[in-house]
Ligand binder design. Sequence first.
Ligand SMILES: C[S@@+](CC[C@H](N)C(=O)[O-])C[C@H]1O[C@@H](n2cnc3c(N)ncnc32)[C@H](O)[C@@H]1O
Length: 326
Amino acid sequence: MINYQPLFDIMQSHEPLAVWAEQLPAQLEERFADYLHGNLQNWLETIDNLPKLAADKVDLNTGLISVSSETPLSPEQQHTLKQQLLTLSPWRKGPYNLHGVHIETEWRSDWKWDRLEPHIAPLKGRKVLDIGCGSGYHCWRMAGAGAELVIGLDPSQLFLAQFLTVKHFFGKQWPVHFIPLGVEAIPAELSAFDTVFSMGVLYHRRSPIDHLLELKGALSPGGELVLDTLIIDGAEGESLVPKGRYSKMRNVWFIPTAATLVGWMERCGYTNVRVVDTNVTTTEEQHATEWMTFESLNDYLDPNDSTKTVEGYPAPKRAVVIANRP
Ligand SMILES: C[S@@+](CC[C@H](N)C(=O)[O-])C[C@H]1O[C@@H](n2cnc3c(N)ncnc32)[C@H](O)[C@@H]1O
């Protein structure tokens, strides 16, 4: 269905990753046997039918990452392309501009990147893993920053299809790959990546400490973790476990204070743990668009008090925390 051989070959040639390369074919086979999204086949056909255009100019270093060719598409061709891309909706993470079609995603994922990028170790030449990568927007930014190898991991087959669409246009020469599996698929103590990103994942894990430990195991010694997650205001030791939904999401488990999170990370053996950014999410950063027409942040907040969610919890606030594996 999807040819993963090039990725297996690359992983075989990067020593610690070879361990995963041994297991990955069976993991993928099992996943696709267990779960196939009802639309995956249609999405893959759409991707097959996308126009094959020269990627003369690729820009991965500005917020609106883009590709264009010297001969621009006519308005009719752009219209057709837009209709093809809309069949892969909802587009949540971006934005992208593909040959003049601006995919205005639900999230301004570039704003998160801008907040963390000044604080991370330069990615040039590094092997990078992005856990819960969504459509892969940040993976392309990592490649733009010079990473030698970028692997995005996300179990969503819609996001897989969106990633393959973007890759179709940006070109196979970029060292950016997507594994459609969850974090559970990473072999324990792989010790393979120079930088591991886990952004927007920790609060979805029932056991945040185990997540922090599995991230540490994926890092090579001295490697850097870049963690983005929801936080609440408050003292060390405090965290919120919502009684039911949080911001209408069913699967939110632990929302610590920044100090609690730092404590968890130190307890897990990380060094140099530092909070480099905290930020209350705004409806400018997350909102419904033509490309994501469902409910968004505006619908998750109390209409009479935007500092609270509809459930009465503190409105979404996020922290970026950076740390090292010793
Ligand atoms: C809130 S989004 C964050 C996307 C992106 N990292 C960002 O920061 O914009 C969480 C992502 O985690 C993915 N996810 C859910 N379960 C996961 C798992 N077990 N392992 C890895 N990713 C998972 C979801 O599909 C989703 O794309």
